[in-house]
Design a protein. Sequence first.
Length: 299
Amino acid sequence: MRSDEIRGLWLGLLGVAIFALTLPMTRLAVGTPEAPQMSGVFIALGRAVVAALLSAGFLLATRAPWPRREDWWPLAITSAGVVFGFPLFTSIAMRHVEAVHASVIVGVLPLATAAVGAWLHRQRPSAGFWACAALGSVLVVLFALLRSGTSGLSLHPADALLLAAMACAAIGYGWGARLSQRMRAEHVICWALLIALPLTLPAAWSTRPQTPLPAPAWWGFAYVAVFSMWLGFFAWYRGLALGGTVRVSQVQLVQPFLSMLFAVPLLGERLDAVTLGFAVAVIATVFIGKRMPVRPRAA
Protein backbone atom coordinates (compact mmCIF):
# COMPACT_ATOMS: atom_id res chain seq x y z
CA MET A 1 0.00 0.00 0.00
CA ARG A 2 1.34 3.45 -0.93
CA SER A 3 2.28 5.93 1.81
CA ASP A 4 -0.49 8.30 0.64
CA GLU A 5 -3.06 5.54 1.08
CA ILE A 6 -1.78 4.78 4.59
CA ARG A 7 -1.92 8.46 5.53
CA GLY A 8 -5.39 8.65 4.02
CA LEU A 9 -6.61 5.73 6.12
CA TRP A 10 -5.25 7.24 9.34
CA LEU A 11 -6.73 10.65 8.59
CA GLY A 12 -10.02 8.97 7.69
CA LEU A 13 -9.97 7.12 11.00
CA LEU A 14 -9.38 10.40 12.86
CA GLY A 15 -12.34 11.96 11.07
CA VAL A 16 -14.54 8.97 11.90
CA ALA A 17 -13.54 9.13 15.58
CA ILE A 18 -14.65 12.78 15.64
CA PHE A 19 -17.89 12.03 13.79
CA ALA A 20 -18.69 9.10 16.12
CA LEU A 21 -19.58 11.55 18.88
CA THR A 22 -22.04 13.41 16.66
CA LEU A 23 -25.11 11.30 17.44
CA PRO A 24 -24.59 11.18 21.24
CA MET A 25 -23.82 14.90 21.38
CA THR A 26 -26.82 15.73 19.19
CA ARG A 27 -29.01 13.66 21.52
CA LEU A 28 -27.57 15.62 24.45
CA ALA A 29 -28.42 18.93 22.77
CA VAL A 30 -31.87 18.03 21.44
CA GLY A 31 -33.10 16.18 24.52
CA THR A 32 -35.96 13.67 24.61
CA PRO A 33 -39.71 13.93 23.99
CA GLU A 34 -40.17 14.02 27.77
CA ALA A 35 -37.40 16.61 28.35
CA PRO A 36 -36.84 18.57 25.12
CA GLN A 37 -33.91 20.99 24.89
CA MET A 38 -32.99 22.72 21.61
CA SER A 39 -34.99 22.26 18.44
CA GLY A 40 -33.50 19.97 15.82
CA VAL A 41 -33.67 22.75 13.23
CA PHE A 42 -31.68 25.14 15.43
CA ILE A 43 -29.02 22.52 16.17
CA ALA A 44 -28.61 21.68 12.48
CA LEU A 45 -28.50 25.25 11.19
CA GLY A 46 -26.95 26.88 14.25
CA ARG A 47 -23.98 24.56 14.15
CA ALA A 48 -23.52 25.42 10.46
CA VAL A 49 -23.50 29.15 11.32
CA VAL A 50 -20.82 28.71 14.01
CA ALA A 51 -18.71 26.58 11.67
CA ALA A 52 -19.18 29.09 8.82
CA LEU A 53 -17.87 31.95 10.98
CA LEU A 54 -14.85 29.84 11.91
CA SER A 55 -14.43 29.02 8.23
CA ALA A 56 -14.38 32.69 7.23
CA GLY A 57 -11.53 33.34 9.63
CA PHE A 58 -9.65 30.25 8.47
CA LEU A 59 -9.99 31.12 4.77
CA LEU A 60 -8.71 34.64 5.41
CA ALA A 61 -5.82 33.39 7.56
CA THR A 62 -4.73 30.88 4.91
CA ARG A 63 -5.31 33.32 2.02
CA ALA A 64 -7.52 30.81 0.28
CA PRO A 65 -8.17 31.48 -3.41
CA TRP A 66 -11.72 31.75 -4.65
CA PRO A 67 -13.10 28.47 -6.03
CA ARG A 68 -13.00 28.12 -9.78
CA ARG A 69 -16.21 28.57 -11.72
CA GLU A 70 -16.60 24.83 -12.28
CA ASP A 71 -16.22 24.17 -8.54
CA TRP A 72 -19.28 26.12 -7.38
CA TRP A 73 -21.81 23.50 -8.44
CA PRO A 74 -19.97 20.60 -6.71
CA LEU A 75 -19.63 22.84 -3.63
CA ALA A 76 -23.38 23.43 -3.68
CA ILE A 77 -24.02 19.66 -3.83
CA THR A 78 -21.55 19.09 -0.99
CA SER A 79 -23.27 21.78 1.05
CA ALA A 80 -26.71 20.31 0.39
CA GLY A 81 -25.52 16.94 1.67
CA VAL A 82 -23.37 17.72 4.71
CA VAL A 83 -24.48 21.23 5.75
CA PHE A 84 -28.23 20.86 5.26
CA GLY A 85 -29.38 17.27 4.66
CA PHE A 86 -27.42 15.19 7.16
CA PRO A 87 -27.55 17.67 10.09
CA LEU A 88 -31.25 18.46 9.63
CA PHE A 89 -32.41 14.87 9.34
CA THR A 90 -30.29 13.57 12.22
CA SER A 91 -31.01 16.47 14.57
CA ILE A 92 -34.76 16.07 14.15
CA ALA A 93 -34.60 12.27 14.42
CA MET A 94 -32.36 12.15 17.50
CA ARG A 95 -35.08 13.45 19.83
CA HIS A 96 -37.09 10.31 19.11
CA VAL A 97 -34.47 7.53 19.04
CA GLU A 98 -31.53 6.71 21.26
CA ALA A 99 -27.99 7.18 19.99
CA VAL A 100 -27.31 3.43 20.26
CA HIS A 101 -30.30 2.74 18.01
CA ALA A 102 -29.25 5.39 15.48
CA SER A 103 -25.72 3.99 15.40
CA VAL A 104 -27.01 0.82 13.73
CA ILE A 105 -28.53 2.89 10.92
CA VAL A 106 -25.14 4.56 10.45
CA GLY A 107 -23.74 1.11 9.65
CA VAL A 108 -24.93 1.39 6.05
CA LEU A 109 -22.98 4.62 5.44
CA PRO A 110 -19.62 3.08 4.40
CA LEU A 111 -21.10 1.19 1.47
CA ALA A 112 -23.27 4.15 0.48
CA THR A 113 -20.20 6.41 0.44
CA ALA A 114 -18.22 3.84 -1.53
CA ALA A 115 -21.03 3.53 -4.07
CA VAL A 116 -21.16 7.31 -4.61
CA GLY A 117 -17.36 7.44 -4.84
CA ALA A 118 -17.32 4.64 -7.40
CA TRP A 119 -19.86 6.49 -9.54
CA LEU A 120 -18.05 9.84 -9.31
CA HIS A 121 -14.66 8.33 -10.09
CA ARG A 122 -16.03 6.18 -12.93
CA GLN A 123 -15.34 2.86 -11.26
CA ARG A 124 -17.34 -0.33 -11.76
CA PRO A 125 -18.01 -2.27 -8.54
CA SER A 126 -18.57 -5.99 -8.98
CA ALA A 127 -21.90 -7.78 -8.52
CA GLY A 128 -20.63 -9.02 -5.17
CA PHE A 129 -20.11 -5.44 -4.01
CA TRP A 130 -23.68 -4.51 -4.87
CA ALA A 131 -25.00 -7.70 -3.27
CA CYS A 132 -23.28 -6.74 0.00
CA ALA A 133 -24.62 -3.20 -0.29
CA ALA A 134 -28.16 -4.51 -0.75
CA LEU A 135 -27.84 -6.97 2.15
CA GLY A 136 -26.50 -4.29 4.48
CA SER A 137 -29.34 -1.96 3.55
CA VAL A 138 -31.92 -4.70 4.13
CA LEU A 139 -30.46 -5.42 7.58
CA VAL A 140 -30.61 -1.76 8.55
CA VAL A 141 -34.22 -1.40 7.40
CA LEU A 142 -35.18 -4.67 9.14
CA PHE A 143 -33.65 -3.44 12.40
CA ALA A 144 -35.55 -0.15 12.08
CA LEU A 145 -38.81 -2.02 11.45
CA LEU A 146 -38.30 -4.31 14.44
CA ARG A 147 -37.58 -1.34 16.72
CA SER A 148 -40.22 1.01 15.30
CA GLY A 149 -42.48 0.49 18.31
CA THR A 150 -45.56 0.20 16.10
CA SER A 151 -47.69 -2.74 15.12
CA GLY A 152 -47.01 -4.25 11.74
CA LEU A 153 -44.11 -3.61 9.40
CA SER A 154 -44.05 0.17 9.41
CA LEU A 155 -40.98 2.35 9.57
CA HIS A 156 -40.76 4.88 12.39
CA PRO A 157 -40.52 8.40 10.93
CA ALA A 158 -37.26 8.95 12.83
CA ASP A 159 -35.69 5.90 11.17
CA ALA A 160 -36.77 7.15 7.75
CA LEU A 161 -35.09 10.47 8.56
CA LEU A 162 -31.90 8.67 9.58
CA LEU A 163 -31.84 6.69 6.34
CA ALA A 164 -32.31 9.93 4.39
CA ALA A 165 -29.44 11.42 6.41
CA MET A 166 -27.17 8.55 5.39
CA ALA A 167 -27.95 9.20 1.71
CA CYS A 168 -27.20 12.91 2.13
CA ALA A 169 -23.93 12.18 3.92
CA ALA A 170 -22.78 9.75 1.24
CA ILE A 171 -23.45 12.31 -1.50
CA GLY A 172 -21.75 15.11 0.44
CA TYR A 173 -18.75 12.92 1.25
CA GLY A 174 -18.35 11.77 -2.35
CA TRP A 175 -18.51 15.24 -3.91
CA GLY A 176 -16.40 16.77 -1.16
CA ALA A 177 -13.73 14.13 -1.65
CA ARG A 178 -13.73 14.80 -5.38
CA LEU A 179 -13.20 18.51 -4.77
CA SER A 180 -10.42 17.74 -2.28
CA GLN A 181 -8.33 16.35 -5.12
CA ARG A 182 -7.91 19.86 -6.56
CA MET A 183 -8.60 22.09 -3.53
CA ARG A 184 -7.24 21.98 0.00
CA ALA A 185 -9.48 19.60 1.94
CA GLU A 186 -9.97 22.20 4.69
CA HIS A 187 -11.11 24.76 2.13
CA VAL A 188 -13.77 22.46 0.72
CA ILE A 189 -15.85 22.30 3.90
CA CYS A 190 -15.17 25.98 4.63
CA TRP A 191 -16.56 27.12 1.26
CA ALA A 192 -19.47 24.68 1.55
CA LEU A 193 -20.38 26.27 4.88
CA LEU A 194 -19.94 29.84 3.67
CA ILE A 195 -22.14 29.52 0.60
CA ALA A 196 -24.90 28.19 2.90
CA LEU A 197 -24.60 31.07 5.39
CA PRO A 198 -27.24 33.34 3.75
CA LEU A 199 -29.77 30.55 4.44
CA THR A 200 -28.48 29.09 7.69
CA LEU A 201 -28.00 32.39 9.57
CA PRO A 202 -31.58 33.74 9.43
CA ALA A 203 -33.06 30.27 9.94
CA ALA A 204 -30.87 29.61 12.99
CA TRP A 205 -31.68 33.03 14.47
CA SER A 206 -35.43 32.50 14.08
CA THR A 207 -35.31 29.09 15.77
CA ARG A 208 -32.88 29.97 18.60
CA PRO A 209 -33.82 28.83 22.13
CA GLN A 210 -36.05 31.30 23.94
CA THR A 211 -35.54 29.92 27.45
CA PRO A 212 -32.41 29.08 29.47
CA LEU A 213 -31.05 25.60 28.83
CA PRO A 214 -28.77 23.40 30.95
CA ALA A 215 -25.04 23.43 30.28
CA PRO A 216 -24.89 19.84 28.86
CA ALA A 217 -27.20 20.87 26.00
CA TRP A 218 -24.86 23.73 25.09
CA TRP A 219 -21.81 21.48 25.37
CA GLY A 220 -23.44 19.06 22.95
CA PHE A 221 -24.21 21.90 20.55
CA ALA A 222 -20.66 23.26 20.81
CA TYR A 223 -19.19 19.86 19.94
CA VAL A 224 -21.31 19.32 16.83
CA ALA A 225 -20.63 22.91 15.69
CA VAL A 226 -16.85 22.94 16.07
CA PHE A 227 -15.86 19.30 15.66
CA SER A 228 -18.64 17.47 13.76
CA MET A 229 -19.40 20.33 11.36
CA TRP A 230 -15.91 21.71 10.88
CA LEU A 231 -12.69 20.14 12.19
CA GLY A 232 -13.76 16.55 11.52
CA PHE A 233 -14.04 17.33 7.81
CA PHE A 234 -10.46 18.63 7.70
CA ALA A 235 -9.22 15.11 8.43
CA TRP A 236 -12.02 13.27 6.60
CA TYR A 237 -11.84 14.98 3.21
CA ARG A 238 -8.03 14.94 3.26
CA GLY A 239 -8.12 11.22 4.02
CA LEU A 240 -10.59 10.50 1.20
CA ALA A 241 -8.48 12.50 -1.25
CA LEU A 242 -5.22 10.76 -0.31
CA GLY A 243 -6.43 7.19 0.05
CA GLY A 244 -9.37 7.10 -2.36
CA THR A 245 -13.05 7.39 -1.50
CA VAL A 246 -13.92 3.71 -2.05
CA ARG A 247 -11.08 2.46 0.17
CA VAL A 248 -11.04 5.08 2.95
CA SER A 249 -14.83 5.17 3.28
CA GLN A 250 -14.60 1.70 4.82
CA VAL A 251 -12.95 3.01 8.01
CA GLN A 252 -16.48 4.13 8.85
CA LEU A 253 -16.88 0.50 9.87
CA VAL A 254 -15.83 1.49 13.38
CA GLN A 255 -18.18 4.48 13.66
CA PRO A 256 -21.29 2.59 14.87
CA PHE A 257 -19.29 0.86 17.59
CA LEU A 258 -17.63 4.09 18.71
CA SER A 259 -20.98 5.90 18.77
CA MET A 260 -22.47 3.15 20.89
CA LEU A 261 -19.54 3.17 23.29
CA PHE A 262 -19.73 6.96 23.68
CA ALA A 263 -23.52 6.88 24.20
CA VAL A 264 -23.33 4.57 27.21
CA PRO A 265 -21.36 6.88 29.58
CA LEU A 266 -22.62 10.17 28.08
CA LEU A 267 -26.33 9.38 27.97
CA GLY A 268 -26.70 6.37 30.24
CA GLU A 269 -27.99 4.23 27.38
CA ARG A 270 -27.73 0.45 27.29
CA LEU A 271 -26.48 -1.97 24.69
CA ASP A 272 -28.66 -5.03 24.17
CA ALA A 273 -27.85 -8.21 22.29
CA VAL A 274 -30.22 -7.52 19.37
CA THR A 275 -28.78 -4.05 18.67
CA LEU A 276 -25.21 -5.30 18.92
CA GLY A 277 -26.04 -8.31 16.73
CA PHE A 278 -27.49 -6.16 13.96
CA ALA A 279 -24.54 -3.78 14.16
CA VAL A 280 -22.09 -6.67 13.77
CA ALA A 281 -24.11 -8.10 10.86
CA VAL A 282 -24.22 -4.77 9.01
CA ILE A 283 -20.51 -4.20 9.54
CA ALA A 284 -19.78 -7.73 8.31
CA THR A 285 -21.56 -7.00 5.02
CA VAL A 286 -19.50 -3.83 4.63
CA PHE A 287 -16.27 -5.65 5.45
CA ILE A 288 -17.02 -8.32 2.84
CA GLY A 289 -18.19 -5.71 0.33
CA LYS A 290 -14.98 -3.73 0.52
CA ARG A 291 -13.04 -6.82 -0.51
CA MET A 292 -15.05 -7.18 -3.69
CA PRO A 293 -13.31 -5.91 -6.84
CA VAL A 294 -13.92 -2.37 -8.06
CA ARG A 295 -12.63 -1.78 -11.58
CA PRO A 296 -12.41 1.33 -13.76
CA ARG A 297 -15.38 1.76 -16.06
CA ALA A 298 -14.77 1.42 -19.74
CA ALA A 299 -14.70 4.74 -21.55
